[in-house]
Design a protein around this ligand. Structure first.
Ligand code: NAP
Length: 288
């Protein structure tokens, strides 16, 4: 069975649109500033998709486009301006930044109450402490996918492959926190015999960034498999010259898993849906 991320994300977007309309009726329009440096094609397409989603849901977007060679001080000044702008509830700086920027310093410059990506140390610290906070959108979206697909997490063994700050680590925290209650194993490149770990998973989340990281022999029959990977591989039959694949060998694993997310159309759409949700939350908290 396939977990239809597109459908679930579209349900969430409809909920966000309804809430945004209710806010508008009370005289408030939530707003998201999207900051893009340079013109890397993947970043441009992510930013465009985020701004289109805002427009569809009644969230105002404030696009900020800066050249890739913008000095870091000028970027920090721009973020300070957005922090002070009352119309802006959320600030998103599209990552990765061009070479030469101190990414962590840029993230730290965002006011924590506008940190809708959930990457600020204050947001991640609160997550670690089990406090209410902005949760990074991709792992938050995966929890929502599991919940809305009726997947039981309590007492199940969840294995996460990848320990990045934006996916793997927060994913492990969310799966193991009170209320979700999975038992979590976090794997990385120094894990010895990855297959031994992944075969123990009732819920397997793969965020490694390499196609084919998980094949059929690495999955327990009946496991729930969440493929976070987005990899462009050359494909001469496509107009674009490439196609997207995940980190999981989908064709081989799909018959073994009880539920699986496709790429594209699984986790990807959820990331934007959760960004919209976080923006609404920021607006509700700031303007309460
Ligand atoms: P990242 O920062 O490159 O981290 C990859 C992690 O995977 C690292 O912790 C690395 O271990 C681990 N890893 C890599 N190869 C491995 C292997 N063979 N065995 C075990 N662990 C391995 O990547 P990321 O930002 O987390 O993103 C991961 C993937 O998800 C990428 O394809 C990215 O495009 C995709 N992504 C998708 C969305 C979405 O919305 N769908 C959002 C974010 C990311 P070490 O720490 O030991 O190096």
């Amino acid at each position: 069975m396939i977990i239809d991320g597109k459908k679930i994300a579209s349900d969430i977007r409809a909920e966000v649109a309804a809430e945004a309309a209710a806010m508008a009726a009370r005289g408030t329009r939530p707003g998201l500033a999207v900051v893009l440096l340079g013109d890397h094609p993947a970043s441009v397409s992510y930013v465009t998709a985020k701004e289109r989603a805002c427009a569809e849901c009644g969230i105002a977007s404030f696009p900020v486009r800066l050249p890739a060679d913008t000095p870091q001080e000028a970027l920090l000044a721009e973020i300070a301006r957005l922090n002070a702008d009352d119309r802006v509830d959320g600030i998103l700086v599209q990552l990765p930044l061009p070479r030469g920027f101190d990414e962590q310093a840029v993230i730290r410059a965002i006011a924590p109450e506008k940190d809708v990506d959930g990457f600020h140390p204050v947001s991640l610290g609160r997550l670690l402490l089990g406090q209410d906070t902005f949760v990074p959108c991709t792992p938050a979206g995966i929890i929502e996918l599991l919940r809305r697909s009726g997947v039981e997490t309590a007492g199940r063994h969840a294995v996460v492959v990848g320990r990045s700050n934006i996916v793997g680590k927060p994913m492990a925290l969310l799966l193991g926190r009170k209320g979700t209650d999975a038992t979590v194993t976090l794997c990385h490149t120094a894990t010895t015999n990855l297959a031994d770990m992944t075969r123990q998973a009732d819920i397997l989340v793969v965020a490694a960034g390499h196609p084919g990281t998980v094949g059929a022999g690495m999955v327990k029959p009946g496991a729930v498999v969440i493929d976070v990977g987005v990899n462009r591989i050359p494909d001469a039959t496509r107009k674009s010259g490439f196609r997207l694949v995940g980190d999981v060998d989908y064709a081989a694993v799909e018959p073994v898993a009880s539920l699986i997310t496709p790429v594209p159309g699984g986790v990807g759409p959820m990331t934007i849906a959760m960004l919209l949700k976080n923006t609404l939350r920021a607006a509700a908290l700031r303007r309460a």
